[in-house]
Structures are given as C-alpha cells and as structure tokens.
Ligand binder design. Structure first.
Ligand SMILES: Cc1cc2nc3c(=O)[nH]c(=O)nc-3n(C[C@H](O)[C@H](O)[C@H](O)COP(=O)(O)OP(=O)(O)OC[C@H]3O[C@@H](n4cnc5c(N)ncnc54)[C@H](O)[C@@H]3O)c2cc1C
Length: 325
C-alpha cells in the first residue's frame, strides 16, 4: 500500500471524537457501573458499549504505526521470496498485492485448511486458488508452520518447515492467521457468563448483552451470526447509538423497550482485493473475480468514504513528509 494512503488510515481518536473524553488504556475489568483500566483509572458509566473486537499488538503511537508500515514495505521490497502463513482474506490480499506489484518475487502461502478463504464459499476458494497459481504463487494447503518451535521465531529466519515436512525458503515472512477476540478481560467479570467458547459476547436483537438494560456490544466481539466485517460493525454502531438516544431520553420503561431498534444479521457481501485492479467478490447470488469486482471496490479501499463519515478532511492533516512517495 502506498505510504500516503497508509497515513490517511492511521487516525488518532481525538481527531474525530471531538466531543468525547478519550482514555488511552486497556480495559482490564468491569462491574455493573465501573470499567477499570490498565492505568489504574476507574471510569464510571451509565451505559456501556463493548467494542474491543480483536486482540491487537500494534504500536500505540501514530508515528510508530506509520514506521511499522514503512518497515514492512522495505522488508518486502528487499525480499526475493516471501512466505505468508495463513490463507484467509488477509493472507490472500497480501500475496496478491505483492505479486501484482513485483511479479518476479517468489510468494508462498502455507494454509492450515483444505481451501483458501474459508470464510467464503467453495467457489470463491477455487477462484482465488486458480488466480494465485496463475500468478505463480505457491499455495500449500492443509499444512501449517509452527512459528513457536524453531523456524519463524525471529524475523530474520529464512528456512521454514511445514507440518507435512516441506521446506520453504523465504527472505521474509508474514503471519496472517487472524487474531483472537479480545474478551479475556470480561471472562472473570459479571459479564463472563455471556462470553461463549469462541470468546464472543452473546447479544440480543437490540445488541444488548444478556438483556442487561445498559450494556451493549458491537463489532467483531459479538456473536451475531454473520461475517465479521467493518461495514457491519458500523451498522451495529448505528443501531446502538439510536437505542442509546432512546434510553437516555427516558420516559416510561416498557414503551421504551418496544421502541428499541432491532439488528438483523446480514448475509454479507465479501470482497477480497487482488492487487490494485482485480478483486474477488462473493455476492448472495454469484461469485465473481477480475477487473469488474475490482472496479466496484474503490482503489482507495473506502479510506475516503470512511474519513468523510468521520467528519475528517480527505487527506491526513499531519505532516509526515518522511512517508510521502
Ligand atoms: C487486514 C484486515 C482487512 C480487513 N478488510 C476489511 C474490508 O475490506 N472490509 C470490511 O468490511 N472489513 C474488513 N476487515 C474486518 C474489519 O476490520 C473488522 O470487522 C472491524 O475492524 C471490526 O471492528 P471492531 O471495532 O469490532 O474491532 P477492532 O477493529 O478489532 O477494534 C477493537 C479495538 O479495541 C481495542 N481493544 C482490544 N481490547 C481492548 C481492551 N481490553 N481495552 C481497550 N481497548 C481494547 C483494540 O486494540 C482495537 O483497537 C478487515 C480486517 C483486517 C484485519
């Protein structure tokens, strides 16, 4: 991804949450009226919306995040061969981006499942596999790389052995195996009974946790039976913000209950970008690959639309000239 685009995606919360108080810390505990944070601060609440999504080990500071992107870009540029561990949407998108930008690089995907893109249907998996192989990407299915035991422990490792005993040499590697749901901090709390075996929070049709009057959850942490997608997380947020407005307004309890907005799980259309021009789209009625779906997903990956929605200027305000092309 080009550095100017990256700059536009890393947005400090304070830039768009202009009327909110932002506490930069992890929530480490919660009871029925207070959230405890990792900096020792207790934040009291009347209403709580849990949106901790997935665990994240990215650097906290904007400059450090931009530096991380730049560092990965340099690693890829310098590599003749790249190993990608994990063939979900992220692994496939990364492989496609690399081979479309530099067709001479040797890219290998090692994927633990029987087919790529298991969040999509079999047709999509087959099309992705065919597309990648046509670009000379090596795809090893039903194999894993144990990154904790030997190869892959250090970013400088270059020789990797798969669970089937195959050896892959690569100048650099990326782990794209997905991140666990960030609900560990809730397990021992009064909400612990609502965390399911996969770590997701059980929500009702109003996106409330355990039918509690004042606790909601949105986004990837919920057990809503649908693909975990950013645009669906935004829809959850819309429903919950309307419900909060209703509840804050007050009035007779039972009539408010009846007015609460409902969230209905959607059959999400999933699009995986394949470099700058192509994409693979799974729609409710068909699965398509190539320039056509590539033209539907904007070249800037919805960054402009998202910035507009947040009330931000289309370009990043910060002067980060070192990252400009
Ligand atoms: C590489 C990638 C590409 C994607 N592409 C698309 C796409 O093209 N289209 C699409 O619709 N979706 C896409 N998705 C999915 C989309 O990003 C997620 O569905 C969306 O981000 C979910 O939002 P969320 O707010 O629920 O969780 P997250 O985005 O995971 O955000 C949760 C935040 O909470 C923080 N957090 C976690 N635990 C705590 C804690 N205890 N205390 C305080 N903070 C905490 C995390 O650090 C994180 O910042 C993509 C995902 C990835 C990883």
């Amino acid at each position: 991804m080009d550095p100017a685009a990256v700059e536009r995606t890393v947005i400090p919360h304070s830039e768009y949450l202009t009327h909110a108080k932002v506490v930069t810390a992890s929530a480490v505990g919660v009871d029925d009226s207070v959230v405890l944070t990792s900096v020792g601060r207790a934040v009291a609440y009347d209403f709580l919306v849990i949106a901790t999504g997935r665990m994240c080990n990215r650097p906290e500071k904007r400059e450090d995040r931009l530096r991380m992107f730049e560092h990965d870009k340099v690693r890829i540029a310098a590599a003749e061969s790249v190993l990608i561990v994990g063939g979900g949407p992220i692994g496939v998108e990364l492989a496609a981006e690399i081979v479309m930008g530099s067709p001479d690089k040797r890219v290998t995907i090692v994927h633990g499942g029987p087919r790529l893109l298991m969040v999509m249907g079999e047709k999509a998996s087959a099309k992705a596999l065919e597309w990648l192989r046509s670009k000379n990407v090596t795809v090893l299915l039903d194999q894993t790389v144990d990154l904790d035991a030997g190869s892959g422990v250090s970013p400088d490792d270059k020789v990797f052995t798969t669970s089937a005993g195959e050896t892959v040499t690569a100048d650099c590697h990326f782990v794209c195996t997905g991140r666990p749901v960030a609900s560990g901090w809730l397990r021992e709390s009064f909400l612990g009974d609502h965390v399911d075996g996969d770590g997701r929070l059980a929500v009702d049709e109003h996106l409330r946790v355990g039918r509690l009057r004042n606790v909601f959850a949105i986004g990837d942490i919920t057990d809503v039976p649908e693909a975990k997608q950013g645009y669906l997380a935004q829809r959850h947020a819309m429903v919950v913000s309307r419900n909060l407005r209703l509840l804050v307004k007050g009035g007779d309890g039972s009539s408010r209950e009846h007015k609460l907005h409902l969230y209905k799980a959607s059959k999400a259309a999933i699009t995986v970008t394949l470099g700058r021009r192509d994409a693979l789209s799974e729609l409710p009625f068909m699965t398509v690959i190539g320039h056509l779906p590539g033209a539907v997903k904007p070249r800037d990956l919805f960054i402009s639309r998202t910035r507009r929605m947040m009330g931000l200027k289309l370009s990043a305000r910060h002067d980060q000239s070192m990252f400009r092309i």
